[in-house]
Write a protein of this length. Sequence first.
Length: 416
Amino acid sequence: MHLSIAILLLVFVLIAVRQIGGLRLQIWHIMTAGALMVLVTGEISPSDAAKAVDMDVMVFLFAMFVVGHALEESGYLSHLSYQYFKRARTLNALLMMVIGGSALTSALLMNDTLAVIGTPVMLLLARKHLMPAKALLIALMFSVTIGSVMSPIGNPQNLLIAIDGNVQSPFVTFLAWLFIPTAVNLAFLYWFLKSRYRSDFHDAELKHSQEPIRDHEMAVLSKLSLQFLVLLVFVKIVMGILRIDAELRLTHIAVAASLPLLVGSSRRFLLVKNIDWATLVFFASMFVLMESVWNSGFFQSLLSRINTPLTSYHAILGVSVLLSQFISNVPLVALYQPILITAGVLTPGLMALAAGSTIAGNLTILGAASNVIVIQAAERREKVVISFVEFVRIGLPVTLVNTVVYWLHLVVVGSA
């Protein structure tokens, strides 16, 4: 076995147990240690490690952390939360609104964006309505993952499929193939979480109260940043529909949205100082470790030895869900998509790849970047710990159902 694979497995084990003797480890500690181990052992060179860090992702996350922190710190995020959730009179309705709102918004603003903005909202709702935060945090993580399936800009791997797969009218195509099974999976998620966390949901009528704006200058700038974000995403959607060949990356959108705060706020340095730097370190470390694993060729070789035809729906979904846990979903798509295109697989197969590589995020914590963002933020802010094992207990049945639903829909629609 390649040393980098052994280190990856060790990282998985440590994230699962999160404890060495009396030492309590955070996820970013473990991933950083893994990256340092592949560097020290020579599994990856320093120059290759530096190149492995995806600066697009790092800059995107940095900019969104700035916007998210300003929204929360100013009190404007609580104001928006009140405006949306004040219609919920019961915790059942609240859960439904969390799942539906998170899923729809993640399809438009990208799942990682919703993870950044949504985590403090879930923690606030749990405090206000006297319930444990875990059910709402898990609802957020799973709904942003499932919701992002049906949009070419819902997550990075879908965008890669839409562009490199030359998908015609990507927004229309993704919705036509993936909207119905996504809606079914969201309905299942509501039922499953309601059953799993039954004791967390009291029957008392919810009393909503509006939080005051704490920093009016920052609230105005945060509102402007949010408006920029929504406007530029809308422009990107229109460009996609009209097939306008001009580059407007999600990174560009995030940076543009953060500029009112970075340029206009008198508290810009404090704002930057207090963002979630630990999660940024996690992602930089993850890129280094995953690049080392990728360079080992282990999973590429494993994929080439699979006897089942790799172009069938069940193979695409199964391989995508499983291998995304080990090499991350974007590298998985980068590896798998050329195989499908070379084999002449058309849109249905690419939609299966989009669905499988995305819902892989529901199986384990490391299956999606949005999971890590939520879990680390919740632990850092209010010491709410969602363990690897607890996540998998929910994620395994949810992912199995998700996979079957997408497979059945693709088989039925693909043969129609």
